[in-house]
Design a protein around this ligand. Structure first.
Ligand code: F6R
Length: 259
């Protein structure tokens, strides 16, 4: 099962995950990070500033989970721009080593395959950060996505477009299509770290962590992975049946065990 850690604040979640990433990069200077966008990972990126807290990041590589299709890469809300602004620049990463899927319509038919080849050539992702959508998506794998899926184009649900409208002038400006790592791609990463905050995520989190494994709740794919850490605030954890057990387990975690 996933290790579930319930924290008291977003800052605590950020500090916990940032420590794990810092340790990984010290052990493995050319670590491959799986980068998520959206609001959830921001406390992690904040906690990693300045630079990656003095750790040499010159060889760190990174792959974003997803990108909008047909949105100008220079648009401030393209995930390429978001990753550059929120991760690459503040952490001092080498932009040439950080990739996002190519959402350009011209090459979209082969973009998924090209991205998969790049991830494989990098040796795979060491630590994959994940948020979760209110409809249970991870990456942009909307309900119904195959557990075997690789990077490909998906159609965003109305719920996801409404949720992401806050980043655009209106919901009509949110692209309808995205290109996302598949659930199969995500499951190949060596360590999954799923983070969620707030009551609005509580049902999706409960389904992902404790519900039946089902394509209808793509986040439940984490149950198929041998090394998943789920970091939640109290509100996001509020519908977990085993919340007390997770707290007890964390409190009594042996010192020698990492995340
Ligand atoms: C972002 C991503 C999505 C988000 C999810 C939650 O790269 O893949 O799965 O993690 O939509 O978004 P926030 O964090 O904005 O609530």
């Amino acid at each position: 099962m996933a290790e579930v850690v319930i924290v008291t604040s977003k800052d605590d979640a950020g500090a916990l995950v940032a420590d794990e990433i810092g340790g990984l990069v010290v052990r493995r200077p050319d670590a491959v990070l799986g980068l998520a966008t959206g609001s959830t990972p921001l406390p992690v990126y904040d906690a990693l500033r300045p630079g990656l807290r003095g750790v040499d990041v010159s060889r760190v590589r990174g792959f974003a989970l997803d990108e909008y299709v047909g949105l100008d890469p220079a648009h401030p809300e393209s995930y390429r721009s978001v990753i550059a602004r929120e991760v690459v620049e503040p952490l001092g990463l080498d932009p040439a080593r950080i990739r996002t899927p190519d959402g350009d319509l011209a090459g979209i038919a082969t973009a998924g395959e090209r991205y998969e080849r790049e991830i494989t050539a990098a040796g795979g992702v060491d630590l994959q950060l994940l948020g979760i959508g209110t409809d249970g998506h991870i990456g942009f794998n909307e309900p119904g996505s195959s557990f075997a899926s690789l990077t490909r184009v998906k159609t965003l649900t109305a719920q996801t477009r409404a949720d992401n409208a806050r980043f655009f002038d209106s919901v009509d400006d949110v692209p309808r299509h995205c290109i996302t790592q598949g659930l199969g791609t995500i499951l190949r990463a060596r360590h999954l770290v799923l983070i969620a905050f707030g009551e609005a995520k509580a049902d999706a989190v409960a389904g992902a962590v404790e519900g039946p494994v089902s394509a209808m709740l793509p986040g439940s794919a984490i149950q198929l992975h041998p090394h998943t850490t789920v970091v939640l605030d109290e509100a996001a954890a509020s519908r977990l049946r085993l919340a007390d057990y997770y707290r007890y387990t964390w409190e009594h975690k042996p010192d020698w065990q990492g995340l």
